[in-house]
Design a binder for this molecule. Sequence first.
Ligand SMILES: O=C(O)CCC(=O)C(=O)O
Length: 338
Amino acid sequence: MPTHNPLPLPIEAERVTDAPRNVPTGPSFQVIEETTWEALEASGRQLPFERPVLVKGGIKHWPAFSKWSFEHLAGVCESKGSEAPVKFTDGLVEQGVTKGRPFLPVAPYLRELGKQALATPDPAAGLLPKARLEQLRQQPGERFHLNWAHMQSFKPTTLYLAQWDILETFPELRKDLLIKSLWPGQRLTWEYVFMGPANTVTGLHNDFPHNWFCQLKGTKEFILFPPDQRQHMCPAKKYDWGATLSDINVSRLPEQAKELASFEKANGIYARVEAGDALFVPRRTWHSVVSVEPSISLGMFGLTPYEVATGGAWATLRDWAHHLRLYAWNNCTCHQKK
Ligand SMILES: O=C(O)CCC(=O)C(=O)O
């Protein structure tokens, strides 16, 4: 049963002040290909891209980019007397034991995020400080390691409004999203918002559809691993609809000797996704996401009718088997472990 908690609740990640011990080296990374719509159009490249691509400023022309502040969305949630509580995520769901997920009203949470977003971000914060990224952008193809001590500097137990189907509750918001500008042609799309404070962590996983990930407020860091890195990703038995999870917990690498040894062999791609950017995540690309600032993001899965009929049907069959307790029962992101 979900728990119904009133606000206020702590929604800032708890800081860990001890100097981190045993900081792992982790996998090696390259900076993601960064481009613009103009450059993509000139190159004649067509969707879907085979590798992750970051389109800088790719959604700056959307009405949502200028309209969707924490305050604005809090107002939308309060309109129509619609204060129905929504299911939040408490800590990492992709790895470890799934906890009960609290139902909370959204507007007070967003107002609190709005206050937190006024603070000046620490330029050195994150897995890769921005200044170092700027140097690496000048050295295309250069391999580097991330600062994993960052993951030991906080506990990712913050309440996170992750994967909320906002358009189902507020369909009028769809007009603020120029979805066809990213997914032209015959594709069915599924849109989900992710809204939370700094230091939210989405654990390592891959999704079966292609995803356009759009950042409307704040900054997030993505670590991405193409499907050919699967042998280093420790795929998990834990079940999640439409996704394959990993046993690698990026928040607890020093405690995971076996998984870490495998993870350190991987070659990854690093992306810093800032407000106004659109990131293309090809299907089955492993990824994990850490927020640097309070964020509003939108994930947009896009499937052709053929992909819906094949991948969608397979995911639905697996889901039936799960709900009939025939597959991964008691080891999933959708039910609390008994
Ligand atoms: O923004 C996040 O925390 C997670 C996003 C994600 O994993 C996705 O869109 O597939």
